[in-house]
Design a protein around this ligand. Structure first.
Ligand code: PEP
Ligand code: MN
Length: 337
């Protein structure tokens, strides 16, 4: 249910509606819009007592929200959401590129790659300090030491940092160091982690699960928003299909589908989406063309020695070339870079 306030409704009138919602044991989410404020209601089982709310001062109308997802839906908020990561706006007119290694491996590795990412003109730095690996014997990340190295790389380059939290206990630590908290594909339906991220003070980058439908993906984002964190960026990173020539099948068609029904920004990850370094640039160009708000790509200065995801990591030279391509594409699709 959505309570739409009249244009020029006062803060007291908005407060009055929020109080009335909360008095019934529901949650109120005030969503300021370009022209008027809407207040999303969650936690109610059936329809609200519409006439009661319609008669409150400052209320224009009360409309039922038809989808299972509410706060992520354009029905509730028609304008696109711009998420600020450090000083970088994701979901605005600028195409945003997040780049860096799959995993933080060492000080030298992290700083070398961070400087290359900065020199290429990318906007945000990625790197995992906690790695969700398929095998327990694979490199699991440097933990807090990795977070410290990311903070040092941010200091050295000025690039805000995106890094993953793999469990509820880890969010405190990641939140302290990172500018955005990544939730990985394998954790997309880790509901306690989603709720904890919803109480974080930092934006969240939520990756689509390996076999998640669009509805499941949006419902996971809904978990985060429902706890009060509206700063969520979605990320398509490929799903499992019968197709076996690439690691995953990058579902670029999900981008316009998300844009249709949600106000949240969406990035595309062609590295995990293809698993192959030579496919990263072509799929990046396609992602930009299809309307993604940006890309997240894995970069390594010595990919053959990378401790994780070397085969899909592009080199700094390849990142330079990709950025040049994107600068040519951006104006054609009405974006800046
Ligand atoms: C990653 O970004 O390195 C990662 C583990 O991604 P995903 O969760 O999409 O597999
Ligand atoms: Mn990776």
């Amino acid at each position: 249910m959505l309570v739409v306030m009249k244009q020029g409704a006062t803060p007291e009138e908005i407060r009055g509606v929020v109080d009335a919602i909360e008095a019934r044991g529901f949650k109120a989410h005030a969503i300021p819009g370009a022209v008027r404020t809407a207040i999303g209601v969650t936690g109610n089982k059936g329809a609200l007592d519409r006439p009661v709310f319609e008669s409150l001062p400052g209320v224009l109308e009360v409309i039922p929200v038809s989808h299972a997802y509410k706060l992520v839906s354009r029905e509730v908020k028609p304008e696109p959401t711009v998420v600020h990561v450090g000083g970088v706006a994701v979901g605005g007119s600028e195409l945003v590129v997040v780049a860096g290694p799959c995993a933080v491996e060492s000080r030298e590795q992290m700083l070398t790659i961070a400087h290359a990412v900065k020199a290429a003109g990318a906007h945000l730095l990625r790197g995992g300090a906690f790695k969700p690996r398929t095998s327990p014997y694979s490199f699991q990340g440097l933990g807090e030491e990795g977070l410290r190295l990311l903070a040092e790389a941010r200091e050295a380059t000025g690039l805000p940092v995106v890094t993953e939290a793999v469990d509820v206990e880890g969010v405190d630590l990641v939140e302290r160091y990172a500018d955005a908290i990544q939730i990985g594909a394998r954790n997309m339906q880790n509901f306690s982690l989603l709720r904890r991220a919803g109480r974080a003070k930092k934006p969240v980058l939520l990756k689509r699960g390996l076999s998640a439908t669009l509805e499941e993906f949006l419902m996971s984002a809904e978990y985060i928003l429902s706890e009060g964190n509206y700063q969520v960026i979605l990320c398509e990173r490929g799903v499992r299909t019968f197709s076996d020539f690439s690691r995953n099948t990058l579902d670029l068609a999900v981008v316009p589908a998300v844009k249709d029904i949600s106000h949240l920004p969406i990035l595309v990850d062609p590295s995990h989406g293809t698993g192959r370094r030579d496919k990263v640039a072509p799929l990046s160009r396609a992602a930009a063309a299809v309307g993604a708000d940006g890309l997240i790509v894995e970069v390594h200065h010595d990919p053959n020695r990378a401790l994780s995801d070397g085969p899909q990591s592009i080199t700094p030279d390849m990142l330079d070339a990709l950025m040049r391509d994107l600068r040519q594409i951006a104006p054609v699709i009405g974006r800046r870079l």
